[in-house]
Design a protein around this ligand. Structure first.
Ligand SMILES: [Zn+2]
Ligand SMILES: [Zn+2]
Length: 256
């Protein structure tokens, strides 16, 4: 399995995942030019990517999904409702619609689009399974459901949202309505909620963990890194490589 967090945060999200013989991008929220630049910088051949998976129609996830797909003649996978709302991105694009909650097979991987709650029309996370095992990416969700906890078990790799520190959010500069929206079941999960989920998910086979979609205003990457590390150390079940998803630069290409 190979993984690279190319971008993570409200200005654009893009995750590269190679599992078995299949290479996908989960969301393409940067400009096409910046996406290609970052792929090249970490040594990933963009023309070798087989598909783009879209979690939801917010611009920081969908911006260049269609243009990437058209440039390299590969399909976009997006939910039926997201496609219906995203005409302007998907004109003349090869789109494979899925139903949220129904797994599908593509090449040698299984793609399981996992419904989450968020302020968009039909948001999902993805669990990807191949002969190399399970990997998951879940960001942009307001509450941790039983389904999320069950589906994310026994993954070798997880890209998990850790959006905000609750105190920083509540004492920070955002208007009250926006604070409420972020904290709501249709918003984003906090550092504390993310760690509580990790408490359920920790297992000896978890090798890489990307803490993703950190708020630039209401969070500190150093704080998330330290608390996640010490939390997992205290649990003493697993010691994955912890990466903090960055808005402005790609992580290294991780091979597990
Ligand atoms: Zn987002
Ligand atoms: Zn979103």
């Amino acid at each position: 399995m190979k993984i690279c967090s190319l971008a993570s945060g409200s200005k654009g999200n893009c995750l590269y995942l190679e599992s078995g013989d299949t290479r996908v991008l989960i969301d393409v929220g940067l400009s096409l030019r910046e996406t290609l630049f970052r792929l090249e910088a970490v040594g990933i051949d963009a023309s070798g990517i087989n598909a783009v998976l879209v979690t939801h129609e917010h611009i920081d996830h969908i911006r260049s999904a269609g243009s990437f797909s058209r440039k390299f003649n590969v399909p976009v996978f997006a939910s039926h409702l997201v496609c219906a709302k995203s005409d302007k991105y998907f004109k003349k694009t090869m789109v494979n619609e899925f139903e949220s909650g129904q797994a599908l097979t593509f090449r040698d991987i299984q793609i399981d689009p996992l419904p989450v709650t968020h302020d968009s029309c039909d948001p999902v996370g993805f669990v990807i399974e191949s002969r190399e095992g399970r990997a998951a990416s879940v960001t942009d969700f307001g509450i941790v459901t039983r389904l999320i906890t069950e589906k994310l078990r026994s993954c070798r790799f997880i890209n998990l949202e850790s959006n905000h520190d609750v105190d920083m959010l509540m004492n920070g500069p955002y208007p009250w309505e926006l604070k409420q929206r972020i904290k709501s079941r249709h918003g984003h999960i906090s550092n504390e909620e993310s760690l509580a989920l990790l408490h359920e998910l920790a297992h000896g086979g978890l090798e890489v963990l990307v803490m993703a979609h950190l708020s630039e205003v209401n969070n500190h990457p150093g704080h998330v890194e330290r608390t996640t590390e010490s939390f997992l150390r205290d649990q003493n079940i697993c010691a994955p490589k912890i990466v903090i998803g960055d808005q402005y630069k790609a992580s290294c290409l991780m091979v597990i």
